[in-house]
Design a protein around this ligand. Sequence first.
Ligand code: NAI
Length: 390
Amino acid sequence: MVIIMIVEPKVRGFICATAHPVGCRENVKRQIEYMKQLGTCDGPRKVLIIGASTGYGLASRIASAYCNGASTIGVMFEKESNGRRTATPGYYNTKAFESFAHSDGLYAKSINGDAFSKEVKEQVIDLIRNDLGSVDMVIYSLAAPRRTTADGITYQSVLKTTSSDFTNKSWNLKDNTITEATITPATEEETLATIKVMGGEDWVDWMNALADAGVLADGAITIAYSYLGPKLTYPVYFNGTIGMAKKHLQESAAIINQSLEKYHVKAYISVNKALVTQASAAIPIVPLYFAILYKVMKRKGLHEGCIEQIGRLFHEKLFSGTPVLDEEGRIRLDDWELRDDIQQEVMEIWDKINTENIKELADIDGYWEDFYHMFGFHFSNVDYSQDVEI
Ligand code: NAI
């Protein structure tokens, strides 16, 4: 049944309950145009992207297709419209990406299901075997709230500290006031659960499953995304539950390198910039840091979104000769964010920001623009008064 309606944003806290299909298509189109204009790269041509429908994973899929000319298989966990509600943005993004890729003569298929499950891994392996033979790059870009393991246990990730309470300034997104937020410490069980969900165990499982099935090309590369951030957010991020999971992710790269050495597989961690995505908007205290960071980086002409970050990953860090790594073997796309001059300015603003000056000192409009764009809203060339098929 075709359902047609006018779709408006319904924002609740850090989430929008609706998504606009035409606006999501516009979002994907703009990212494709950006990639096309960067030109081509000599990178892998058969790419599996796990978490391919929004944020960094979507940008990675677009870069694979439009820089490398790659065939892409995307895995995501998105909701279709139920007739009353719209689908999730990642659902519309994926439809749009596939239609652009197909009309540009590129292979693109997607599997919408739980990437943590054995069933989805098997479906993906069958698809690779039937359509591509093998993949030569695997991008792991999952951001998930929970994971059910093969034994039926469900683990829930939490965004908490791992030591004491952490209290700092926080931006109340509802009324633009600066308040204080306190993030409480996690129990050991909660920390372990977060590592189960956001650590590298499932990444290793994927790589082993692909290798065991004989669908991982010799010399394939794999990359997962991480974040470090400034000292300011260390208690909630780097030293928090999510940071513990990211440490595990990093250790998992070493495990993959070791266990798949016989296939000459190389695993990388790319440390990316803080950006507004569905996953990151949920972390307390962090959105205020983002809004200040956006202000400072835009003023210096250094601001990037997901697509610019991944464009730089492909063109400057990964496929322009030997990969550019730091002393710990990681790719650093957070190099500009963590530059001393940027961080110094951010910290100066952090100290003096309050409800009266927030609009002047932080990029509130930029934050919300990214937020609305994520759900397909606020594109000036989309007519939101028109009925659309959801
Ligand atoms: P996002 O929320 O935009 O994307 C998450 C993706 O995972 C979506 O495609 C979603 O459908 C998929 N997904 C979630 N649960 C799934 C499941 N059970 N099965 C299959 N697919 C599932 O998130 P974002 O921000 O792009 O994050 C991707 C990675 O990048 C994460 O590892 C995150 O920690 C990392 N990162 C994010 C930064 C940020 O500021 N947003 C900064 C640096 C790293």
